[in-house]
Structures are given as structure tokens and as C-alpha cells.
Design a protein. Sequence first.
Length: 380
Amino acid sequence: MRWIGLIWRCRVRILRQELPEVALRCGVVGLPNVGKSTLFNALTSAAVAAENYPFCTIEPNSGMVVVPDARLDALARLSRSERVIPAQIELVDIAGLVAGASDGHGLGNRFLAHIRETQAIAHVVRCFESPGVVHVAGRVDALADVETIETELMLADLEAVEAAMNRLTRKAGSGDREAARTVGLLQQVTGLLDAGTPLRSDPELAASVSSFHLLSAKPVLYVANVGDDGEDNAQLAALKGRASRYGDEVVWLHAALEGELLALEPAERQEYMATLGWREAGIERLVRAMQRLLGLIAFFTTGPQETRAWQLAEGTKVAAAAGIIHSDFEKHFIRAEVVSFPELMEHGSFERAFASGVGRLEGRDYVVQDGDVVYFRVSA
């Protein structure tokens, strides 16, 4: 009975704390007029200006994006939960970039600083023709657009690396071994960038200089904003070919149409999607791709009062996962009761899952797996 009391106190404290889940930030970037703000509005249901002129977005807009997960609703039905709380990703709509931004053109360094504050980049690329929507370069060329932004990020990194090397070289000259080692790493970075190769192409080197928060080291997801031709799009095909160079993912969608779909009632939305031949909305594919980009998985807590999805980095240990719910949980962690989502759904309850031998008691070094349903045992 003592364990039951501890578990119950954990559940009550989870419900009463109302602590916001820490979300990683994904920056939405691209040239002006590629559909960034339209996409942001559709993802976050925000009322952000989306107009047909360059630099419509000046200050970055931030919003939370709900992560669709059918497992969450299934768990809520199983537990007859009063409320359901999905996981979320923070999305930041950053002002459009133009050639020369690293030298201050357009919004220049302000834009680059906003990117530096995010953990990953969703790069929106225009893959549609429309005489009514101006393009800053006067023509639609997905590969040229990508090269423009990639080049500006690398030029900004070169400037940052040069400044760091100047500072560290002086320290290395006075016998500082760590400074000398870092200068050597930054020289490798310089060689890579001078060759026109983003730092993310060398994950080991990128990790070794992560403290400098270099822009071209951030993982990138390309979001192809297509027209009515959908996936049958030459610009999209070219973009996929380029993305494969560094193992980057490409998700295609029709940003304006996605926004229209979200304005419909669920039944109407499904009917309209059926007429389009879509099994799911492009936004759902995009959000899942963002999860992969950020290296996130989800675990769940569930009960009569609440079923909730929690996000954490892949490879996180269960004691640290407890700390996401409440910092005291990590400090006073004892054990975790864990059942995988499929096994819980098969057996119908934690009690039956444990009676069947599929439930597990895990210590603090257990690595949480995607889809784990967890109760935490903590000391009072």
C-alpha cells in the first residue's frame, strides 16, 4: 500500500502543478514571399500577417504547434480521461532573408540572430508559379533560392569563426592548450565552409564546436510549398535531389490550401481531403518531420483525470524524463512502472499488463522509448 500512496501522490502533483512542457524551437526561414507566414498561420492557427510584399514579417512570431498522435486519444479513451494534453513544438516565423544578409542587406544580422536562437531550421522553399505573387529574384528557382540562404548562413558562420579564432589564437599563444585545440577545430570548420559545405555535413565536427551555435550546423528540413500540381512538380523533384546530398528531409504541401482545410469542420475537412486524394493533411506530415528533425520522441502519462504526451530527446534516461514533469521527481526518483503503448492497449490496464509479465519496473538508467506509458515512483 505504501507504493500505491506514493504513486497516487505523484499523479496528484502532476495534475496540480500545471507546469508548461519545455519545447524545442524550430525556426521557419526562407526568402520573402515563399509562404512562410501562410504556413505558420496554418500550423499555429495564429493571425500573423501574410501579404504579397517583401519583409511582411519583421519581428519573429512565435507559436505552439500541436503534435498529432493517435496514441494519445486511444490512451485517453482507455483511461476515460477528463482531459487530453498533446505534445507541442514551438515554431518561430523569422523574417525573409535576401542575398547579402550576412553583410546587413534586408534585415541582415537581426534575421541571423533569430535563427541562432532556434535548435533546428524548417526552410520553406517556393515550388509554385503564380504571376500574382512576386518573387524577389523575379523567377521561381527552388535550387537557387536554397543556395541563397545556405550561402548566407555559411558566410555568417565564417565571420563568427574568424572572430573566435582571433580571440583564441592569442590565448593559445600564451600556452592555453584548450584554446589551441579549439583553434584547430575552427580551422577545420573554416575549410569546410570555404568549400561551400555546411557544417551539418560533418556531425562529429559540428558537435565539437556546438558551443559556438553556428548556423550551418543546425539540422534542416525543407518544406516545399507547391501549387495545384501537388507532388507532380519539377521544382520539388530538383529540391529532393539537392536535399539528398546531406541527408536532409523534404516535406511538400500546399500552404494556402492547408490553411483553408483547417478552417473547415472535421467532417468537411475529411470530405474535402478525400476529393483531393489526400489520406492526411500535409501539416501532419510536416509536424512529424519536425519531431524527427529535433530528435524528439514521446512518452505518456495517463489516468482518469488526464492523459498527456511528453516530448524528450531520443536517448533520455527515465529519471531525467521524470524531471520534465517536475524537477523534484528527478531528484527523488525511485523507480518507474513502464508499459509500451501497444502492450497496454492489448491488455487494457497497467494491472493486467503487469500480471501478464509485460509491465516493467525500471531504474533511473533506463532509456525511455517512444510510446512508453509511465508511472513514476518517487519518495515523499
